[in-house]
Design a protein around this ligand. Sequence first.
Ligand code: URP
Ligand code: ZN
Ligand code: ZN
Ligand code: ZN
Length: 510
Amino acid sequence: PKFDLVVVNGIVVTAADAVPCCIGIKGGKIHTLSPSFSSDEIEGAQIIDAEGAYVMPGGVDAHVHLCQDLKTGAHGLGGECADDFETGSRSAAAGGTTTIITFATQTRDETDRSLIKVVEAYNARAEATGSFIDYGFHIIIVRNDPEILENELPILVRDWGVTSCKLFMTYKSQRLTDTQLLDVMLASQKNEITTMIHAENGDMIQWLAEKLENKGMVAPYYHALSRPPVVEMEATNRAIALAGLIENPILFVHIGSPLAAANVRNAQTQGMPIYAETCPQYLNLTYDDLQKFHSPTCFENSKHICSPPPPPGTSDHDELYLGLHNGTFTIFSSDHCPFRYDHPHGKPSGDLVSRKPGSFRFIPNGIPGVETRMSLLYTGGLATGRITPRKFVELTSTNPSKLYGLYPKKGAIMPGSDADLVIWHPQKTFEPFALSNDMLHHNVDYTPYEGKEFVNWPRYTILRGRVIWAEGELKGKPYDGEYLKRGPSYFGTGPAGRRRDARKTATWLR
Ligand code: URP
Ligand code: ZN
Ligand code: ZN
Ligand code: ZN
């Protein structure tokens, strides 16, 4: 047969276009796009009838935590990452995502200096269970170790295709000072990799958290009050200045406030290579979600603890949606960071039991969402007209692929691209439904979106020409996914814009 699989009667949506079109797939790749196929052409091929629904490039979720060492690493807060590569990628597949980029993290343990060893160790975890979908790694760097930066970063880029790193401005066990940030940013810049920044002012948070605790304000709700939007506003402003000194491209992860988004937009207006990500929690949750229970012994509402916290009110959601529409935000990721709460009386299990009950400072930060990411944005953004279908694809697939060196293998529907697709239900016939956690495929015992109404859900997820999710059933297997060696960012540093001084500095520093 000419094709292995054909998708007919769909509206094929890319970041550029939305047109009725048929797709012919051969050898795992997009082969042919055509207004129609003759019966001769499709003979012998598997046929999927999209029935007029949107057909898009498979989701690329560039912010996922799986199998991550959180005890000594990410937060020093305890808590166990509930999803491994099998369960996390399974959940992603059921939600229309075909690529995840997860985090491999250096820690401050002496034995844990080598970035190469860190990536090797995380890849071994992925290989131990397999992944339903394709995956890659960002490296979290928590030291400004000159030897490691000089000797190991080039190897990570060349041999592993790890072309992005994440740096923290908060969390005691992670955060870098300004000079340390500059050291690592310069190393990133030399290696032409993208620097991801977790931008919250750690000192402000620590100071506020102590004040709150001294007043006995320790319930989970106060997590939000310990990190008001100005915390993110200050840190984004400072990171933009630091990166701007040496023209280092940065991507702010999980931006949760319009104040921070305004800093990003201002930098972009100046022509600086500043990018930003936001996540479903910042468009769907508010402070109120942390206030639901408010009991010092019940961790129910810790189900919504993430950092930055959800914004104060729903008007913030509108502003952040505007940022998705107008290009302030480059990508939309889940920040899936899974913890379980299957405790008998509202107390977390495992090593959290020994911690001070109810105090927000000891609750692991992070919420699950790799499976709900696409459908939440469909429901709240695409179906409401806040963003176009093309913008939806740009944010969920094309731009993360471009930013992290996967394009046009991923994030595109063009001949030669991987045949990774998400096919939605025809909107006319789909019955909106209320989500419950038992519909999801992660290894987490809750969803922050329990009871929320969804207006669509992926009907088919296709990975390199193979159907891995169809009509509510998983069809894929844990070893369907492959490791992705990534290239340089497609965006680069762009024109020098108004910051020609930064280009000069970047040049003489090399
Ligand atoms: O609260 C969050 N975002 N947890 C995940 C870890 C991180 O900082 O991205
Ligand atoms: Zn973060
Ligand atoms: Zn994260
Ligand atoms: Zn409870």
